[in-house]
Design a protein around this ligand. Structure first.
Ligand code: HSE
Length: 313
């Protein structure tokens, strides 16, 4: 059995506009890494957490009870571990409080790495429950719309009522995601607490229609229907004001041919789904609009079939 392994888990777009807490999309090329190494001291410990610059992370805790990666790893270790222990090193690639599933990526990478170190007692799908324990610590709610796509890749339907069961959805060909991360932070746990608790029948009917239509559109490769259904009439109106560049970036995305646009998770990241050939232009236009509001940002373009978490050689 290996003495040390490293797992990569991708960033993700939570909610995907239409499915609050129940739809998530993995992102290509950006994610967290967790290295897990066998040590003699029992249980799960954290050696260090490294930031995007490779330096020790200024904010994230290496206390194993206060880090999503070690919390997920501990849950798995409690069920399948032995008398020895595992030391984690966490390499953040996903910016914190970005709406790109940062806490989920760490939790997923840790669960995948520790499972590998234990000789893979569990198939990947069953790691979801453990990664969720870590994610719940960070976000204050039980939702898998970041953890599930980060673990499994692609587009995943994961309504809380079905957890830990989730459904991998077919993705349309010819559609990509363009995302910008404005240099702002939104705390998901705080953003969730501010949401209204009661909604009207009209809102419920609209959102059900959009979500069902969007899933059907993805399955049937109906790109026009994606454009008609990628909408959030319930959560986005409550959260958009927390991202000052929201309206300008949305206008830029739509002017450049985006099929639909919304917040990624609780924001501040903003995403659009677009035809593949429009994606680079849409990302550039979104970036320019954001900078035009005086807010620095980074952009990413991703396929809708990004690979999920995996062990790196
Ligand atoms: N579904 C969660 C929310 C995702 O919107 O609060 C957070 O990234």
């Amino acid at each position: 059995m290996a003495e040390k392994v490293t797992a990569f888990a991708p960033a993700s777009i939570g909610n995907v506009a239409v499915g609050f807490d129940m739809l998530g999309l993995a992102m290509d090329g950006v994610g967290d890494r967790v290295a897990a190494e066998r040590v003699d001291s029992p249980g799960i410990s954290v050696a260090n957490v490294y930031g995007l610059d490779g330096e020790i992370h200024p904010y994230l805790s290496s206390d194993p009870d206060h880090n999503t990666a070690s919390i997920a790893a501990k849950a798995l270790w409690n069920d399948y571990g032995d008398d020895a222990g595992v030391e984690l090193s966490i390499y953040k690639g996903v910016p914190l409080q970005s709406g790109m599933g940062s806490s989920a990526a760490s939790a997923v990478a840790a669960a995948v790495a520790v499972n590998e170190l234990l000789g893979t007692p569990l198939p990947v799908e069953q790691l979801l429950a453990y990664a969720l324990v870590g994610e719940q610590y960070a976000s204050g709610g039980l939702h898998a719309d970041n953890v599930a796509p980060s673990l499994l890749g692609g587009l995943v339907f994961c309504p809380p009522v079905l957890l830990p069961e989730v459904v991998r959805l077919p993705v349309p060909t010819g559609v990509s995601a363009a995302l910008i991360h404005p240099e702002l932070q939104v705390n998901t746990a705080h953003a969730r607490k501010k949401l209204a608790q009661g909604y009207s029948l009209d809102q419920w009917l609209s959102q059900q229609g959009y979500m069902g239509g969007f899933i059907a559109a993805c399955a049937s490769n109906d790109i026009d229907l994606i454009g008609k259904t990628l909408k959030d009439v319930i959560i986005e109106p409550q959260r958009a004001a927390a991202v000052p560049c929201f309206a300008a970036v949305k206008e830029a995305a739509e002017r450049n041919g985006a099929l639909g646009f919304s917040l990624s998770g609780s924001g501040p990241s903003l995403f659009a789904l677009c035809r593949d050939h429009d994606a680079a232009n849409v990302a550039t236009a979104m970036e320019q609009a954001c900078r035009g509001m005086g807010i620095d940002c980074q952009s990413f373009v991703s396929t809708m079939s990004a690979r999920g978490a995996h062990i790196e050689e």
